[in-house]
Design a protein around this ligand. Sequence first.
Ligand code: NAD
Length: 251
Amino acid sequence: MASEKRVAIVTGGASGIGFAFSSKLAESGYAVVIADLRGAQEAAAKIVEAGYDALGVTVDVTSEVDTTRMVDEATKAFGGLNVLVNNAGLFTTLTLKPVDQISAAEWMKVMEVNTLGPFLCIKAALPALRASGGGRIVNVASTSPIKGTPFMQHYTASKGAVIGFTRSLARELGNENITVNAIAPGFTLSEGVLSAGMEERMGESARRTSRSIQRDQVPSDLVGALVFLASDGAAFITGQTIAVDGGGVCL
Ligand SMILES: NC(=O)c1ccc[n+]([C@@H]2O[C@H](COP(=O)([O-])OP(=O)(O)OC[C@H]3O[C@@H](n4cnc5c(N)ncnc54)[C@H](O)[C@@H]3O)[C@@H](O)[C@H]2O)c1
C-alpha cells in the first residue's frame, strides 16, 4: 500500500544522533517511527508536541520478533514505509581497550547490535518498502574503519561490515527502486558521548585537529546528509558511504 505522507523508521532514534535524525525528518514532512530499546515513546511525544507525526516503538534491533513488530506498527500507524534509517548501535557504552583485552563475548555483542541489527531491520522492512514501490535504506556507519582506529577493534570491524553490506545490498536491490547508502559520521558529541565523558578520552585529534574544519562535530551536522539521501534528488545514488566529518577523511 502506498502512503500519502512519506514514512521513515529511525532505529536508536530516541537519543543522540538518532533523535536529531528523527526530528529533522519530521520537520521535513515525514511521519517518523522512533524505534529504540528505551525512551521511544517519550521521544516521539516530543516530536508530536512540536506538531509533527511520530510514533514510538520499543524495539531491540537484535530481536527478529521486535523488528517485525516495528515494521507492522509503522505500516499500521502511517499506511506504508519509505525510509529505513539503521542508526542504533553500540558505541558510547564501549571503553577503549587493546585488542587482546576484548573478550569474545564483548566482540559478539558489538557485532550483534551493529551488524545483525541492521540486517534484521532491513529484512523486516523490505516487504513494506517494496509495497511502497521502492524506498531508501540509510545505514549509519562510521569513519573509524576508513581511518583505522586503535583500541576499538570490534567497533571498527562492525562498521566496516556495515559499509560492505551497504555496497553489496545496493547491487541486490537497485532494480527494485530501493537505494542503500551509508553515512559515516566522525566523532560526534552526541548525548551518549557526553554522558559517558568520551570526549575527554578520545582527545583533541579525534575531536578537532584531524578535521579540515577544525571544530567539534554535533548531531545536527549529520542531518542534511540524511535528508538528501532520503530525497528524490538522491534517487540515482546508491551503494555509497558519505563521510560527514568536517573533512577528517577524504574519500
Ligand atoms: N557519536 C559518535 O561519535 C559516532 C561516530 C560515528 C558513528 N556513530 C554511530 O552513530 C549511531 C548513533 O550514535 P550516538 O552517539 O547517537 O549513540 P548513543 O549511544 O547516544 O545512541 C544510540 C541509540 O541506540 C539505541 N540502541 C542501542 N542498542 C539498541 C538496540 N539493541 N536496539 C534498539 N536501540 C538500541 C540506544 O538506546 C540509543 O538511543 C551509532 O550507530 C554509532 O555507532 C557515532
